[in-house]
Design a protein around this ligand. Structure first.
Ligand code: CA
Ligand code: CA
Length: 231
C-alpha cells in the first residue's frame, strides 16, 4: 500500500470514528435540562387537565341528568296533559291507574320524591332510565307499605349527591313564600326556592313549565353553581 493510499485510509477511518464518537457523545447538560423542562411542562399540563376533567365530571353528569329529566317530564305532560305534580297525593287523580300511594313519611325532599314516583307511575309507561347511581335517599325515609317501586322513598340526585329540586309552575308562589325542606348531601336542611329571572320584574323562570335544578357542588340552593333545566 502506498503512503498516500494508507494515509487516505487512516484519514477516512478517523472521520468515521469521529462521526461515531459524535453520535455517541450523548446529550449536553443544557439539552438534558431542556428535555426535562419540556417533560415537566407536559406532565404539568396533563395533571391540570386531568384535575379539570375530574372536577368537571359531576358538572357534566348533572347537566346531562337534568336535561334528560326535563325531556321525560315533557313526555309525561304530553301523556297526561299536566306536568307531574310535586304533591304526590295528586298523582292518582292526574295519571289514574290502580296504584295508591301511601302518605309521604316526612316533609323532606317531597318535590323530587314526587317526581320520582310520577316517572315510575304504572300508567305512564315511559322509561325514565334512572339507575341506582342517580338515586339517593338523604332523608332515609320509607313508605309504611311497599308501592310498586318498593318501600324506599327515593330522590333523583345530582352528581354531588344532593337531591335535585323540583317545582311545577302552579307551586312557585306558594314555595317562594314558604319554601320546602330538602336535605343536601351533608344531611343539612336547606330550603330551596323557585328561581326568578335575574330581572325580577320578569317573575319566575319557566313561568308555564317546571323547574328542575341541582343545588350544585356547594349543596346550597339558589346559588350561582346551581345547574338548571332552563336557560
Ligand atoms: Ca322525604
Ligand atoms: Ca327520601
Amino acid at each position: 500500500m502506498s503512503r498516500t493510499v494508507m494515509s487516505r485510509t487512516v484519514m477516512s477511518r478517523t472521520v468515521v470514528m469521529a462521526r461515531e464518537r459524535s453520535g455517541e457523545r450523548g446529550f449536553t447538560f443544557i439539552e438534558v435540562l431542556v428535555v426535562m423542562g419540556i417533560i415537566a411542562v407536559l406532565a404539568g399540563l396533563t395533571v391540570v387537565s386531568m384535575n379539570l376533567i375530574i372536577r368537571r365530571k359531576p358538572q357534566f353528569a348533572t347537566e346531562a341528568r337534568v336535561s334528560k329529566l326535563k325531556g321525560t317530564v315533557e313526555q309525561w305532560r304530553q301523556r297526561f296533559d299536566r306536568y307531574p305534580p310535586s304533591d304526590p297525593t295528586r298523582l292518582r287523580k292526574i295519571a289514574g291507574g290502580a296504584e295508591n300511594l301511601p302518605a309521604m313519611p316526612d316533609t323532606f325532599n317531597v318535590g323530587i320524591e314526587a317526581l320520582y314516583q310520577a316517572l315510575y307511575w304504572p300508567t305512564f309507561n315511559g322509561d325514565p332510565a334512572l339507575n341506582d347511581e342517580e338515586l339517593s335517599n338523604t332523608d332515609g325515609d320509607e313508605f309504611d307499605k311497599p308501592t310498586s317501586q318498593g318501600k324506599t322513598v327515593y330522590e333523583i340526585k345530582d352528581d354531588w349527591d344532593n337531591p335535585l329540586v323540583y317545582f311545577v309552575h302552579t307551586d312557585y308562589a306558594k314555595a317562594d313564600a314558604s319554601p320546602p325542606s330538602y336535605l343536601n348531601f351533608e344531611g343539612e336542611e336547606v330550603t330551596p326556592r323557585p328561581w326568578k329571572y335575574t330581572d325580577e320584574g320578569r317573575g319566575f323562570a319557566e313561568p308555564r313549565g317546571v323547574q328542575i335544578y341541582s343545588m350544585g357542588e356547594d349543596g346550597q340552593p339558589n346559588t350561582d353553581d346551581d345547574v338548571k333545566s332552563w336557560e
